[in-house]
Design a protein around this ligand. Structure first.
Ligand SMILES: C[S@@+](CC[C@H](N)C(=O)[O-])C[C@H]1O[C@@H](n2cnc3c(N)ncnc32)[C@H](O)[C@@H]1O
Length: 230
């Protein structure tokens, strides 16, 4: 195992806290990210552009809930998840025959796909966990086929007051244990890593064409749909 993946795993373990608990939280909150709005976007913007027997890659797949759901909905798809946190890999459990999870660090990616071979990719709440996502964007650009689409959904920078409204917690409460106060600010900083403009800037300069994007949830999250140029 490379030093780089160990560094990423240790950074993620700190961010996620209790890994098993976090994997369960990702499963429990799955439907809030992959909601009707997501599936409408999928059916309008991605599905019509897929060939027969497409390959779809889910970056930072966590317990692989999306790829399991995707292949159950569309049995013709071959879905791959990419993940490196040991507790997430453990939470994946049994996979259907047309779904597979690859253990790899997206910050130092050497994905086992040849150039121009993947039909669509997604990254749901992953980019904010990366110190530098440009290597991942470059790798996705390499493996996607020309005109293939990439959907990103993530936390974006937002004012502390809005963040607290969604996440709860009162940093002005003098009875709050020091550990909770520190945890609140560490997570605020980690969830506030990139703005939507930063994401657009990085994706454009990596070589993607921006198709659409929108800010959601009182400015806390954004989604983007981008395309590899034809
Ligand atoms: C917040 S979870 C989201 C899981 C899933 N995408 C979802 O929306 O349910 C982010 C996931 O990305 C993974 N991740 C973050 N950085 C990664 C990296 N550099 N390489 C591989 N996986 C990574 C984390 O371990 C975690 O499982």
């Amino acid at each position: 195992m490379s030093e780089k993946i160990k560094q990423t795993q240790s950074m993620l373990a700190k961010h996620h806290g209790d890994g098993g608990e976090f994997a369960r939280l990702m499963e429990a909150s799955y439907a809030s990210r992959f909601n009707d709005q997501f599936w409408q976007m999928w059916e309008r913007e991605i599905l019509p552009y897929l060939p027969a027997a497409p390959v779809v890659v889910d970056l930072g797949t966590g317990p692989a809930t999306f790829i399991k759901h995707l292949v159950a909905k569309y049995p013709g798809i071959k879905a791959f998840g990419v993940e490196c946190a040991p507790y997430m890999l453990q939470a994946v459990g049994e996979l259907p025959a047309n779904a597979e999870v690859i253990e790899a660090d997206l910050q130092d990616p050497h994905l086992p796909f040849v150039d121009n071979s993947v039909d669509a990719a997604i990254a749901s709440v992953v980019v904010h966990e990366m110190h530098q996502p440009i290597r991942m964007f470059r790798e996705i650009l390499r493996v996607l086929k020309p005109a293939a689409r990439f959907y990103i959904y993530d936390w974006i920078r937002a004012p502390l007051q809005n963040y607290l409204q969604i996440m709860g917690g009162n940093p002005f409460d003098e009875t709050l244990p020091l550990e909770s106060l520190e945890d609140l600010f560490i997570h605020f900083i980690e969830h506030n890593r990139f703005s939507l403009d930063d994401l657009v800037f990085m994706l454009k300069n990596t070589g993607f064409r921006i198709i659409d994007s929108a800010i959601q949830n009182q400015g806390q999250h954004a989604w983007l749909l981008v395309e590899k140029p034809r």
